[in-house]
Design a protein around this ligand. Structure first.
Ligand code: AHR
Length: 888
């Protein structure tokens, strides 16, 4: 069999030659020039440019910012979301048409409905001694219908234990407010609450005598801790046999942010305050939309006494008690000096989930709710919701400035509802700034919107580092005078590291330079309890006793703290680091196709035919490539159904094969290819250094289209012409959710389109001559592209009028120093001594951790070498801010 395969491999590959040269990237020899002209002011920079966005995801609220220490405190954790039904381990949304695609989604997700006592453990000497059960009879509050019925036959050794959110954390000398409700039935008590360490040592304890019978009563006490320990648990023991119902078992730190009773966790809220956010967006995100309309966040259910807040299943997979609700959000804004942005449901639910929506005749209800939310925040105390705010302790209005209508929405159904809400809000609150939640980045307002009702759009970017480095000019291209942009969610999606953070910094320079149109921006998501991660990359990590900001956190902080008033004209005469295209070859396709007669000609005397025909020189990197009598065959593995592959049309369902023995700088690679069924593209790789670093020609590159998955199916679109592009693949993130292999940068697109029919052999020829790459299909040239190394070094400058300072921000995303000469033209009274704020890392994947929370963080130092022209070398992998005193 082996011989047969060997023979076929030899048949498939023809003759060729090859030469070997070293892979290399040369260091720079002369500096890049940064020319800053103080006489040429650019765009004014909005005071609200840098803000934050909070969503209940990664358990950021309960057990985090809202510092409840008891997990599943009211036994509501397994409540099925409203209007969903449970069957066989999954919850299902009602069958309704999705507002974006017009299809019925039948959205469903796994759900552990049985585990209602999640987080609670009953310990006893024998099973017969005691049992626990979640019941609904005579609830403590109708909003939270469940409570725990303890049936104690023999109280000896019976313990009800809760370990909090992966451990309860106490700090020595701090006080903690313990509260619970009990309804005894012929149970005389007492109930003893103890905080116990892993060795069984009691850290704090209190016995509560039971009062009354068959009535709910509150029991409370403040524990003072003599220890610092993050692995404690709550134990309730029972002084007698009998039956008792328990509910709302809560433990909160007394010491909170701004010393508010029942307030926010101090260290986490302080991290938010330290970002100096100009605004805070709340509550989402997808949670605004809900997995169905009824699952959306209803702001009025999130205010008032916590015990009356019913909470709701959060579509990130757990119960949200709404401990951090609308009032707390508005209070936080006020406390940190930020404007509030409330995001209201637009009458449509999340299109990535069920996507159902309210008919227009149901919309008055939604409009009322939106108007109510505004009234609660800023209405007079004589109004219904203004009075409610006063009742909740805040008669003065809160700093609500922005209303966003929806989240990540688009399409006609959304547009109609948007208009309706917009009109009602505009009429009653003419000064409120209203945002449209159109999700996709678009240089034009889609025609289904009413143009005069669009002031600001909110596109989102969760991309890899190379995308952000490559798109610093994105906002320069948007036509002015139509709409402003709020980049409400953006982040380099990877596990998080300095390289990703620098790519965000690069993208942010593009936002700041275009501040006439980019008025606001916020990184997302903001918070992650590291024990409950739902989303791959988040700004601030915390656990029960500690918190740290990732490298991206310090990028956000540096930009927010050093925001000039106006941009200054900044020209970068950039010296490109040199890079050669040299290395192995490869092929990749998720489609059914066959390849034969592969020849690599390297214009020298290397026997490429032998290299190609030796099976051992080929590595199957993904999927399968089989050899048959026709040639080398890739077989498409069925992709996910249409609706589910919005983000993964390229999928990990691809077949890729590499040959690293071929090593050439200049080559001609030719072969024949036949499409056997649907065609989702063929990637022809060269300059391959390893499985994650190479160049590729993407024959039919859907990434050039807005919605590639809609028209990628060539079979259903026989007239569709194909296009090809040149891309560079670089390992860093692996795409949106880190699943698709290396990230690719689009280098250029071949001019001509081409046909690619079924069951016909096509001749493909790729020529690489230094940096010139050309492509032929069936003898017809599709064009030539000159590769230019992607830029990863950027500079912008602005002027801070109050401090009389030129503020220069320099990003160096390269692993080599960035040598520059900086010229400050038309600067008067320039002072030699100023300040440098520098954040750098030795490795591109450097990141902070609980053990080293400040490993990647900025250092501020005085500098006395500024002049109208000075040399400065910026460290590898660094973000640096220069603050130079000068007048204009
Ligand atoms: O930030 C996480 C999610 O990403 C948000 O909920 C949503 O708006 C986006 O898809």
């Amino acid at each position: 069999m082996k011989d047969y395969l060997q023979l076929l491999w030899t048949m498939i590959f023809g003759t060729a030659l090859l030469s070997c040269t070293q892979n290399e990237e040369r260091a720079l020899t002369k500096p890049s020039i940064i020319n800053i002209d103080l006489a040429q002011e650019g765009n004014e920079i909005s005071e609200d440019l840098w803000g934050i966005f909070y969503e209940e995801i990664n358990r950021s609220g309960d057990g985090g910012l809202y510092p409840e220490m008891i997990y599943n405190r009211a036994f509501e954790e397994k409540n099925i979301p409203h209007t969903l039904t449970y069957q066989d381990g999954v919850i299902k949304a009602p069958s309704k048409v999705d507002y974006e695609s017009g299809r019925v989604k039948n959205w469903q997700t796994e759900f552990d409905v049985e585990n209602k006592t999640d987080g609670w453990k009953l310990e006893s000497n024998s099973e017969a001694d005691a049992s626990m059960k979640v019941v609904t009879a005579s609830p403590l509050d109708p909003a939270t219908p469940h409570s725990l019925l303890m049936d104690i036959q023999s109280n000896d050794g019976v313990k009800l234990v809760n370990g909090g959110f992966k451990g309860i954390a106490f700090t020595k000398g701090e006080k903690y407010d313990f509260l619970f409700y009990a309804r005894p039935f012929a149970f005389t008590g007492p109930i003893t609450a103890s905080i116990v360490d892993t060795l069984g040592n009691v850290v704090a304890t209190r016995a509560f005598d039971m009062s009354g019978n068959n009535e709910w009563d509150a029991y409370s006490f403040s524990f003072t801790s003599d220890v610092t320990n993050n692995a404690l648990q709550l134990e309730l023991t029972f002084g007698a046999a009998g039956q008792v119902c328990l509910d709302y078992i809560s433990l909160l730190p007394q010491s909170t942010f701004m010393d508010r009773k029942g307030g926010l966790r101090k260290d986490i809220a302080q991290m938010l305050a330290d970002l100096n956010p100009a605004f805070i967006r709340w509550p989402g995100g997808c949670v605004v939309e809900g997995c169905t309309m009824e699952n959306r966040i209803k702001w009025w259910e999130t205010i008032g006494p916590h015990i009356t807040r019913k909470g709701e299943w959060d579509l990130w997979g757990y119960h949200n008690t709404y401990g951090f609700g609308y009032h707390e959000f508005l209070q936080l804004c006020e406390d940190v000096g930020a404007s509030a942005m409330y995001v209201a449901n637009a009458g449509v639910s999340c299109a990535a989930r069920n996507g159902d929506y309210y008919e227009m005749d149901q919309m008055p209800e939604i409009v009322e709710q939106v108007l109510g939310s505004i009234e609660y925040a800023i209405g007079d105390v004589s109004t219904k919701w203004g009075a409610e705010r006063a009742k909740n302790g805040h008669p003065e209005p809160f700093p609500l400035k922005y209303l966003e209508i929806g989240n990540e929405n688009s399409g006609e159904i959304y547009a109609e509802r948007y208009d309706m809400i917009y009109d009602a809000v505009r009429e009653k609150y003419p000064d409120l700034e209203i945002l449209n939640a159109h999700f996709f980045f678009t240089p034009e307002i889609p025609e289904y919107y009413t143009e005069e009702k669009i002031q600001m759009l909110d596109p989102h970017w969760y991309r890899d580092a190379e995308f952000f480095f490559a798109n610093t000019q994105l906002f320069d291209t948007i036509p002015r005078g139509k709409f402003d942009i709020y980049a409400g969610e953006y982040a380099c999606i990877q596990q998080g590291n300095m390289y990703g953070a620098l790519s965000e910094a690069a993208f942010m320079t593009g936002m700041e330079r275009n501040a006439d149109i980019v008025k606001m921006a916020s990184y997302a998501p903001l918070l992650e309890n590291v024990n409950y991660r739902n989303w791959p990359t988040n700004l601030i990590h915390f656990k029960n006793d500690s918190v740290y900001g990732r490298s991206s956190y310090y990028v956000q902080k540096m930009f927010a703290e050093n925001r000039p008033d106006v941009n200054l004209d900044t020209q970068l005469d950039w010296v490109f680091p040199e890079e050669k295209i040299i290395g192995g070859i490869g092929l990749e396709s998720p489609s059914d196709l066959t390849i034969k007669d592969l020849i690599v000609d390297t214009e020298d005397d290397v026997d490429n035919a032998s290299i190609l025909s030796d099976e051992n020189n080929w590595k199957v990197v993904k999927g399968t490539w089989t050899v048959n009598e026709e040639g080398l065959k890739a077989e498409a593995i069925p992709t996910l159904p249409q609706g589910q592959r919005a983000f993964d049309f390229e999928g990990d369902v691809t077949n890729s094969i590499h040959n690293e023995q071929i090593q050439a700088e200049n080559l001609v690679m030719s072969f024949k290819v036949k499409r056997d069924s649907l065609f989702h593209g063929l990637k022809i790789k060269f300059g391959l250094k390893d499985d994650d670093h190479y160049f590729q020609i993407n024959l039919f590159d859907p990434s050039w289209r807005w919605f590639p998955w809609l028209n990628a199916n060539v079979e259903n679109n026989p007239d569709l012409k194909l296009t090809a592009s040149l891309q560079k693949a670089i390992k860093n993130s692996g795409g949106r959710f880190g699943r698709f292999g290396p990230a690719t940068i689009d280098v250029g697109r071949f001019d001509k389109e081409f046909d690619f029919g079924m069951d016909k052999w096509y001749d493909i020829k790729v020529t690489v001559q230094g940096k010139l790459i050309s492509l032929e299909v069936d003898g017809v040239s599709l064009g030539q592209i000159e590769y230019q190394r992607p830029q990863r070094q950027f500079a912008i400058a602005g002027y801070d009028k109050e401090n009389g300072e030129v503020v220069v921000k320099v990003v160096n995303g390269e692993g080599t120093p960035f040598a520059t000469q900086i010229n400050l033209n038309n600067a008067a009274n320039l002072e030699k001594t100023g300040e440098i704020i520098e954040m750098s890392a030795e490795e591109k994947d450097a990141e902070n951790s609980f053990a080293e929370p400040m490993k990647v963080s900025p250092k501020t130092m005085a500098y006395d070498g500024f002049s109208s022209s000075f040399d400065m070398e910026f460290k590898p992998y660094s973000l640096t801010i220069l603050k130079i005193k000068a007048s204009k």
